[in-house]
Design a protein around this ligand. Structure first.
Ligand code: NAD
Ligand code: LMR
Length: 330
């Protein structure tokens, strides 16, 4: 017998990431090759015509796993009864901006969607925030949903940074990308993130090019800006792939280290300066039976790493303060 369908929401579905993410979800790359899905697509009223065009194309793909598509500009309808949410819809940054420059515009969206999650979604819903500033938006959404949905159901995407770092290490070391493991992104999806290659391996063996290399760190930190400078648009194909990787590992489980922005309450790295109350990227594994993530404890770091972990935590604490001010009247 076919399993019950999962209801999957993608917000910003008429945008560029949505256009690359929808096929991955519908083909079974995220929830599995035998798992039927019902798509919920949300965008804003001025984009209704574009959204209708996206639905025409979805229909024309004739995806065997797709049972139905709910395309709407109404939050209540979009969030009703969902099992998983990709919160993508928001304003992207343009050249010369930092992601946190989007805070004032975007946290309001996530406050409203946090309320909609609490009002309409399943309490077990798994939420991945992609829209920037992703960590702080996830924190805001979880705050506004807190009466119904546990904070651990809210995550922010740093998988794109992990994928960028992994691909770079594979190229530098001339090893297959699939052989590289234990690359960690600590902290914020911003230019203070700490891409940590010091524990990285290929087929279990330590990499020759690893450790703390300034070039490697800054290339990964600034990769989003480099893509914007080249494309005049922010990353979309790679962002959608990373979102699919993140949700697949969360739904299907993994014993590999995967970087996820998760609630830092009770985290094992408080000694390195990571306080409670932030959505902070840590190395995580996911139990396939319970679909619950756990932060990998005991990852070694030196003074160089500790300084960077503390700096990105500091930035997230500041963003949290600004976001709270921005949503005070939301
Ligand atoms: P886009 O402008 O192409 O699409 C965004 C879509 O969201 C638009 O269709 C817009 O109408 C819609 N939207 C705006 N407000 C909405 C709301 N309240 N509800 C529903 N939909 C709404 O942008 P994009 O390139 O798809 O990027 C989306 C977001 O993802 C941006 O914030 C971008 O910075 C972020 N991003 C994050 C990562 C990451 O690694 N975390 C990577 C790439 C992009
Ligand atoms: C990225 O990392 O590519 C995205 O967060 C888009 C951006 O603003 O950098």
């Amino acid at each position: 017998m076919a399993p019950e369908p999962v209801r999957v929401l993608i917000t910003g579905a008429a945008g560029q990431i949505g256009y690359s993410l929808i096929p991955l979800v519908c083909k079974g790359d995220v929830f599995g090759p035998a798992q039927p899905v019902i798509l919920h697509l949300l965008d804003i009223p001025p984009m209704k015509g574009v959204l209708d065009g996206v639905v025409m194309e979805i229909n024309d793909c004739a995806y065997p796993l797709l049972l139905d598509t709910v395309a709407t500009v109404d939050e209540a309808e979009a969030f009703r009864n969902i099992d998983a949410a990709f919160l993508v819809g928001s304003m992207p940054r343009r050249e010369g901006m930092e992601r946190k420059d989007l805070l004032a515009a975007n946290v309001k969206i996530f406050a409203s969607q946090g309320r909609a999650l609490a009002a309409h979604s399943k309490p077990s819903v798994k939420v991945l925030v992609v829209g920037n500033p992703a960590n702080t938006n996830a924190l805001i959404a979880s705050y506004f949903a807190k009466d119904k949905i546990p904070a651990r159901n809210f995550t922010a995407m740093t998988r794109l940074d992990q994928n960028r770092a992994t691909a770079l290490l594979a190229r530098e070391n001339q090893v297959p990308v699939a052989s590289v493991e234990k690359v960690v992104i600590w902290g914020n999806h911003s230019s203070t993130q700490f891409p940590d290659a010091s524990n990285a391996t290929a087929n279990g063996a330590k990499l020759a090019f690893s450790g703390h290399k300034e070039d490697f760190i800054s290339t990964v930190q600034k990769r989003g800006a480099a893509v914007i400078a080249a494309r005049k648009l922010s990353s979309a194909m790679s962002a959608a792939k990373a979102a699919a990787d993140h949700m697949r590992d969360w739904f299907q489980g993994t014993d590999k280290w995967v970087s996820m922005g998760v609630i830092s309450d009770g985290n094992p790295y408080a000694g390195a300066g990571v306080p409670d109350g932030l959505i902070f990227s840590f190395p995580c594994t996911v139990d396939p039976a319970t679909k619950e993530w756990a932060i990998v404890p005991g990852v070694a770091f030196d003074d160089f790493a500790a300084k960077r972990i503390a700096a990105t935590a500091q930035e997230l604490s500041e963003e949290r303060g600004e976001a709270q001010a921005a949503t005070a009247n939301a």
